[in-house]
Design a protein around this ligand. Structure first.
Ligand SMILES: [Zn+2]
Length: 70
């Protein structure tokens, strides 16, 4: 059992993303723009609202700005 449950609603995730996020793994797609999905799968950062790893949480904070976590 992990205390890193996803913070966003279930409908914000695909089944695969939900599985990774629930397992405390980063669900960032590292193959964005290609036909296949490849997930980062690094351990989630406890401070990440999206349960991304530290690096990808940093990236999304930069990209989303004030919309982070919404
Ligand atoms: Zn990651």
């Amino acid at each position: 059992v992990t205390n890193l449950q996803p913070l966003l609603s279930r409908d914000r995730y695909t089944d695969e993303e939900w599985g990774l996020t629930s397992a405390g793994r980063c669900s960032w797609n590292t193959a964005f723009g290609t036909p296949s999905l490849t997930y980062c799968r690094k351990p989630s950062d406890p401070r990440s609202a999206y349960r991304f790893c530290t690096d990808h949480d940093f990236d999304i904070r930069e990209d989303y700005g004030a919309d982070y976590g919404k």
